[in-house]
Design a protein around this ligand. Structure first.
Ligand SMILES: *[C@@H]1O[C@H](CO)[C@@H](O)[C@H](O)[C@H]1NC(C)=O
Length: 395
């Protein structure tokens, strides 16, 4: 009797201690001097909590309670960090300083560099970008703006439930990273806010973005050279410029983009749906093995685009032809409406025609009529596609 009662008490104690008190050592940012008073710069306090979590080797949690915390530039460095299982649990909002100049001349506002095994749970980032965008619109000289959160040369990143609003420039960047899982991300900035890409992926591999909502002034997701093994599913994009690979092929020697899947996404009122864009310049870059499936377009202006003739103002494109070789791109079950007569526009390079382009069940309407499908220098396999113009099916 007594023994079973002790056992019950121990069981209850175990249950409460793991569910209410975190099992991991927890570093509260308030204990390191953070104040949610709308005045204090909390960057140093956050860095100090990071330093403490990094000093141990077992899993640790950094905790940010509710409230608004102002932070100038903050750096979370992995070089000196012994810990590769740090969770940052954020119940509050991190806000950029009111004066955009404080962070506006740095590349990134919150930087994670060479970290491994960082998880971010919850939280809101407010880049307070509106005053900087207004400065840019006015034609005055203004800072370039900082990306709200950057992961550089980092591995095993997991982000779940983070919200980013009104970034000065991009919302998030993953550059030189391997293995990043992003889920339940919410990004929002106004339609006309300049260069506010949602999530930018560069030189990274094994990145997944799922169950997320991105509304912003530039690309919802953009991928640049050296990116591979990207999986995007259940992402709602709009307003924004769509999900883009590119611009690629600015330089001669360039890493390719390969193995990208975009599945079950919705594009609402976007400038583009899915786009691959390359400069009309010599390059040995490439795009290979790209899979777009089960996409819904709701009045996207250019639902499906390959543009290999990109050369604004016809400057810096000596041969007016892209050297980037595009092969193995599948578009399957892409339905909905186009805001223009052009539903599919495949403008491939005249010197490196696209190969292995498959269009399967593409049903896009403009004003209740089937939208046009236009091909140039593309050899394609087609099934269930009407209104083809200049499209030569594979011989
Ligand atoms: C792309 O996928 C193929 C097939 O799964 C794989 O062999 C190749 O290594 C992948 N490319 C990269 C850069 O990981």
């Amino acid at each position: 009797m007594a023994i079973s009662r002790i056992f019950l008490i121990l069981t209850l104690f175990y249950y409460f201690s793991t569910s209410i008190l975190a099992a991991n050592p927890t570093y509260h940012v308030l204990s390191y001097g953070a104040k949610a008073d709308g005045k204090s710069d909390c960057a140093k306090a956050f860095e100090a909590a990071w330093g403490a979590a990094c000093a141990i080797t077992s899993p640790a949690t950094i905790y940010v309670p509710q409230g608004r915390y102002i932070l100038g530039n903050a750096y979370f460095e992995g070089n000196e960090c012994k810990n590769n299982a740090i969770t940052i649990q954020i119940d509050g909002t991190l806000t950029a300083p009111f004066d955009y100049n404080v962070i506006g001349n740095s590349n990134h506002w919150l930087t994670f560099k060479k970290v491994t095994g960082v998880s971010i749970r919850g939280g809101t980032l407010d880049g307070l970008g509106a005053n900087l965008w207004a400065c840019k619109d006015s034609g005055k000289t203004c800072p370039e703006g900082a990306t709200s959160m950057a992961f550089l040369n980092s591995n095993k990143i997991s982000i779940n439930g983070l919200t980013s609003i009104n970034s000065q420039k991009f919302h998030m960047i993953f550059d030189g990273c391997n293995d990043a899982k992003l889920q339940n991300i919410k990004i929002s900035a106004p339609n006309e806010s300049p260069n506010t890409d949602g999530i930018h992926i560069a030189r990274s591999s094994l990145v997944s973005i799922t169950n997320s909502r991105i509304a912003t002034g530039d690309d919802c997701i953009s991928m640049s050279p050296g990116t591979s093994n990207v999986f995007i599913q259940n992402v709602a994009c709009g307003p924004g410029h769509g999900i883009s690979i590119g611009s690629l092929g600015w330089v001669l020697n360039e890493a390719g983009v390969e193995n990208v899947t975009v599945k079950s996404c919705v594009f609402s009122g976007t400038q583009n749906g899915v786009r691959i864009k390359t400069w009309a310049r010599p390059s040995n870059g490439f795009v290979n093995n790209i899979y777009y499936e089960d996409l819904t377009m709701v009045n996207a202006k250019n639902p499906i685009v390959i543009d290999q003739n990109y050369c604004p103002n016809n400057q810096n494109c000596p041969k007016q032809s892209s050297g980037v070789k595009i092969s193995g791109v599948t578009y399957k079950n892409i339905l909905g409406t186009s805001a223009t007569e052009l539903g599919v526009n495949l403008e491939c390079s005249k010197t490196e025609p696209c190969t292995g382009i498959t269009l399967d069940n593409i049903v896009l309407k403009h004003k209740n009529e089937a939208a046009n499908v236009v091909c140039e220098n593309a050899v394609q396999n087609m099934n269930g596609v009407v209104n083809r113009l200049k499209c030569q099916p594979k011989k």
